[in-house]
Write a protein that binds this ligand. Structure first.
Ligand code: SF4
Length: 181
């Protein structure tokens, strides 16, 4: 999933919450498992490279994803998790070469699902703050962002605590939306 179609939203996400495939080492084409029935062309286990991922981390069938049955790749958006982790690995290990360095691969593969999840929380907070004008949501997003260097090292309890904070902050908006039905 090294190249993707832009997602059109009424409120735009900031750049750090949009996938920048050119700055990523193809993590979404490696880390998640594929299910052919869900638009990924073939089945593959987690943590194995897609057979179409090139050595330069670009997609070898980018111009033919839909006709080749890879609509899942077109629809998927890492929300910036890929380039964030690629940059973090480069800062930590000197490069993000998961093919050549098992230690780097292990770190990236463990961190990717978590960081993808946190980017999703940030995107939700960011969009909710934009739409509602709630300063508290923006401040929570900034506090979460300020911890970004530690996301890969969070304990499960730390991650769960952050998830609870985000859910609690967003819950009133969901309730308001429900009451307007
Ligand atoms: S077909 Fe493979 S290499 Fe291409 S975008 Fe999808 S997962 Fe990535």
């Amino acid at each position: 999933m090294t190249q993707r179609q832009p997602v059109q939203l009424p409120v735009q996400l900031p750049a750090h919450l949009k996938a920048d495939c050119a700055a990523c080492v193809g993590l979404c084409c490696v880390v998640p498992p594929f299910d052919a029935a869900q638009g990924f062309g073939f089945d593959k286990p987690a943590e194995t490279p897609c057979q179409h991922l090139c050595a330069d981390h670009r997609c070898g069938i980018h111009d033919a994803l839909m006709p080749r049955g890879f609509e899942g790749c077109v629809a998927f958006d890492c929300l910036g998790a890929g380039q964030r982790l690629t940059a973090s690995a480069a800062a930590r290990f000197g490069d993000a070469d998961w093919r050549a360095r098992p230690q780097v691969a292990r770190w990236l593969f463990d961190a990717y699902p978590r960081v993808r999840q946190v980017q999703e929380w940030l995107a939700s907070l960011s969009l909710a703050a934009e739409v509602s004008g709630e300063a508290g949501l923006r401040e929570l997003a900034q506090a979460l962002e300020a911890e970004s260097a530690r996301w890969p090292d969070w304990s499960p309890a730390e991650q769960a605590a952050w998830q609870a904070r985000v859910q609690a902050a967003l819950a009133p908006l969901a309730e308001n939306r429900g009451s307007r039905k």
